[in-house]
Write a protein that binds this ligand. Structure first.
Ligand code: GDP
Length: 297
C-alpha cells in the first residue's frame, strides 16, 4: 500500500520547526512529498509540476494556527487546489439533450468500455430523467459488438436500432436519426466502432458519422487505468472529432485517480461520468471531491 500524502506530510513537518506561517523551505520540503504522491497516483509529470507550482505560491506564507498543524495546512491547500483543477466550470452531468431527438456520439478505443457505458448512460437517462432513448451500434466490423449492445438494451429495457447486415456506419447513423425522429425518441446514442489504436480509418469514419449526426454531445470513453495513455487518446480524439466530455471507466480498479487530473489539465474537457464496475448501474457523475480524496490517499 502507498503511504498517504497526509501521513507523509505529517512526517515531514514533525521534523521541521513549527512557526506561525509556512516558510519557503517548509513548503519546498513538503512539495517533494506532494510530487511523489501525485506521480504515484499516475498524474503525468508536466501536470504534477504545474500543479506544484500553483500550490507552492499559495502555501508559502500561509498562516498556521493552533488548531491545524503545518502538515494539515498544506494538505488542505493541496486538496482545495486539486478540486479547483479537477472541477472546472461546467456542471458535470449537464448533458445538452434538449430538442428531441438529441444525438449523443460515443467514441473511444476498443476495450475502453464504450458499449457498456453507452448502455449504462441510456439506462441512467431513462431511469432518472424519464427519457426515451434509442441506441445504435455502428461497429460494422464486429457483429459481436452490435449484438452485445442489443443484449444490453433488452436487459435494461432500452430500444436498440434493428441490425441490418451490410450497412456502413454512416448509413446506420442516418437510419438511427430517422427512427429516432419517427419514433418520438428524446435521445439517440451512436456507439461508434473502436479500434485497439487510433488510426486514420477509424478517425475518418468517426468524422463522417459526426458530420451526418451533428451530435449534441460527443462523449469520449477512456479507460481510467491507462493513465498517461488515456490523456494522449483524449487529445487525439479531441483534435480529430471534437469531444464535449469524457467518461473515465474502471475507476473501481486500483488506480489512484491521477488520470482524471491529467485529463482535465491537459485537454480542458470536463469529465462527466465515471464507470465504477461492470453492472448497468455502475455509472456515477464525476465528483472532484472524491477523486481529490483518492489522490491524497
Ligand atoms: P468497448 O470495446 O469499448 O465497447 O468495451 P466494452 O463496453 O465491451 O467493455 C469491455 C469490458 O470492460 C467489459 O467486460 C465491461 O464489462 C468492462 N467494463 C466497462 N466499464 C467498466 C468499469 O467502469 N469498471 C469495470 N470494472 N469494468 C468495466
Amino acid at each position: 500500500m502507498f503511504e498517504s500524502l497526509s501521513e507523509r506530510l505529517g512526517g515531514v513537518f514533525d521534523r521541521l520547526t513549527k512557526q506561525g506561517a509556512l516558510s519557503a523551505d517548509d513548503v519546498k520540503t513538503a512539495m517533494r512529498e506532494v510530487r511523489v504522491a501525485l506521480l504515484e497516483a499516475d498524474v503525468s509529470l508536466p501536470v504534477a509540476r504545474q500543479f506544484i507550482k500553483s500550490v507552492e505560491g499559495k502555501a508559502t506564507g500561509a498562516a498556521v494556527t493552533k488548531s491545524v498543524t503545518p502538515g494539515q495546512q498544506v494538505v488542505k491547500i493541496v486538496h482545495d487546489e486539486l478540486i479547483k483543477m479537477l472541477a472546472g466550470e461546467e456542471a458535470a452531468d449537464a448533458l445538452k439533450i434538449d430538442n428531441p431527438p438529441a444525438p449523443i456520439l460515443m467514441v473511444g478505443l476498443q476495450g475502453s468500455g464504450k458499449t457498456t457505458t453507452t448502455a449504462k448512460l441510456a439506462k441512467r437517462l431513462k431511469d432518472r430523467e424519464g427519457k426515451r432513448v434509442l441506441m445504435a451500434s455502428l461497429d460494422t466490423n464486429r457483429p459481436a459488438a452490435m449484438e452485445q449492445l442489443q443484449i444490453l438494451g433488452t436487459q435494461i429495457g432500452v430500444d436498440t436500432l434493428p441490425i441490418v447486415k451490410g450497412e456502413s456506419a454512416v448509413q446506420i447513423a442516418k437510419r438511427a436519426k430517422q427512427q429516432a425522429t419517427l419514433g418520438g425518441y428524446d435521445v439517440y446514442m451512436l456507439d461508434t466502432a473502436g479500434r485497439l489504436h487510433i488510426d486514420e480509418v477509424l478517425m475518418d469514419e468517426v468524422q463522417a458519422v459526426r458530420d451526418v449526426a451533428n451530435p449534441r454531445e460527443t462523449l469520449l470513453v477512456v479507460d481510467g487505468l491507462t493513465g498517461q495513455d488515456a490523456v494522449n487518446v483524449a487529445t487525439e480524439f479531441d483534435e480529430k472529432v471534437g469531444v464535449s466530455g469524457v467518461v473515465l471507466t474502471r475507476m473501481d480498479g486500483d488506480g489512484r485517480g491521477g488520470a482524471a487530473l491529467s485529463m482535465r489539465a491537459v485537454t480542458g474537457k470536463p469529465i462527466r461520468f465515471v464507470g465504477l464496475g461492470e453492472k448497468m448501474d455502475a455509472l456515477e457523475t464525476f465528483e472532484a471531491e472524491r477523486i481529490a480524496g483518492r489522490i491524497l490517499g
